[in-house]
Design a protein around this ligand. Structure first.
Ligand SMILES: C[S@@+](CC[C@H](N)C(=O)[O-])C[C@H]1O[C@@H](n2cnc3c(N)ncnc32)[C@H](O)[C@@H]1O
Length: 348
């Protein structure tokens, strides 16, 4: 790999410096890099000039509050755990081979990788997940957490063919413009090893969460939220047309769960999480924090309710909440906002 590139890549890092760091700290992922791929430098140039919604406030994005929410990656552990078990095909996470590699394409500042480390505690003796993202601030933060991370667009990965066992495209797939989605899934297919798995996660068209994005996040976030979500039929076509086999599409319980020793704190922390997660800055205008929390609680109750069990809900899901819930478990106070996500898996 030619590392004599002085191009700007990440703040504080030229491409050459970044590559040197990765080669030293994360050789298992460095060997998958393909920065000599044709067009890479022009794509890096373009990527570093166009800020996205998830950069920090200074660049006009909502990344700061988003990263604040993700400081606790366990809030979404129910869904993340499921995605990880799909990515390792239900093999034991602890006993996985040291060469097993997962790419998290829309990885932000490494929420899934950090949740994995917390899940495994000291039992995880190798880093399994490469966090990718287009946003500079996300990747800088992921590196600060000590994670292997790469700044790249999902549409053109700076990674070699046949190099990953699983690719996760989750928690933001709707941010990819419809006209570019097929290209993104084809890129995932290219970097997967034969028999490797793709896991796609988003929310279904006409679902409570779609309405939440269109009527709450679009109205109250500084960036707006005009993105289209997925239908099962369209997801299947995308996966088929990108060369995947054994395609399965189903719904998955993916709530926000906060557990606290104090009842009031569990409520406050969940409302603050939702405020930051979705960057609902405009709700703060002329409202005290107490009023903002009340407003969020009202909006969740208005938009998020699941009246019946989805017919294709994954079988092992025995528990779920229909709407915003507060309850006690093992002597702790739990606050939970239910979400039902749409998941598709396929094999190369
Ligand atoms: C909702 S965030 C999810 C981050 C992380 N997976 C999590 O769950 O916390 C979506 C992420 O996708 C990234 N993203 C959006 N479009 C992208 C693209 N075309 N290529 C790579 N990353 C992209 C954003 O920068 C953002 O960090």
């Amino acid at each position: 790999m030619d590392v004599n590139k002085n191009n700007h890549y990440l703040s504080e890092f030229s491409l050459a410096r970044y590559l040197k760091l990765m080669a030293k700290k994360f050789p298992q992922f460095y060997e998958t890099f393909w920065f000599d791929r044709p067009k890479t430098l022009s794509i890096i140039n373009k990527m570093t000039k166009i800020p996205t919604d998830f950069e920090g406030k200074e660049k006009g994005g909502r990344g700061d509050s988003y990263m604040e929410a993700q400081r606790d990656p366990l809030v979404r552990i129910v869904g993340i755990n499921k995605l990880l078990s799909l990515a390792v095909s239900s093999q034991d996470l602890v006993k996985l081979s040291h060469t097993y590699k997962i790419l998290d394409v829309l990885g932000g500042d490494g929420t899934i990788a950090r949740a994995y480390s917390l899940l495994m505690k000291e039992r995880a003796n190798h880093l399994l997940i490469l966090t990718g993202d287009i946003a500079e601030d996300m990747i800088i933060n992921a590196l600060k957490y000590g994670l292997p991370a790469i700044r790249q667009p999902a549409q053109y990965l700076f990674l070699k063919d046949n190099s990953f066992d699983a690719v996760i495209i989750a928690y933001g797939t709707h941010h990819i413009p419809e006209s570019q989605r097929l290209r993104v899934f084809k890129e995932a297919q290219r970097v997967l090893k034969p028999k490797g798995k793709i896991i796609i996660h988003d929310f279904e068209k006409n679902s409570p969460i779609e309405l939440w994005f269109h009527e709450v996040v679009d109205k109250y976030s500084t960036t707006g939220h005009k993105y289209s979500h997925f239908s099962k039929a369209k997801l299947r076509i995308y996966l088929k047309n990108s060369g995947f086999k054994n395609i399965k599409i189903f719904q998955m319980y993916d709530p926000f769960v906060i557990s606290d020793s104090n009842k009031q704190n569990s409520y406050n922390r969940l409302m603050d999480y939702v405020l930051n997660m979705y960057g609902l800055e405009k709700l703060k205008v002329n409202r005290s924090l107490l009023e903002v929390r009340e407003r969020i609680s009202h909006l969740i109750r208005k938009y998020i309710h699941y009246d019946s069990f989805p017919p294709d809900f994954i079988k092992e899901n025995t528990y779920w909440r229909k709407t915003l819930s507060f309850y006690q478990q093992n002597g702790r106070f739990v606050a939970e906002m239910p979400r039902i996500a749409l998941v598709a898996i396929g094999q190369k």
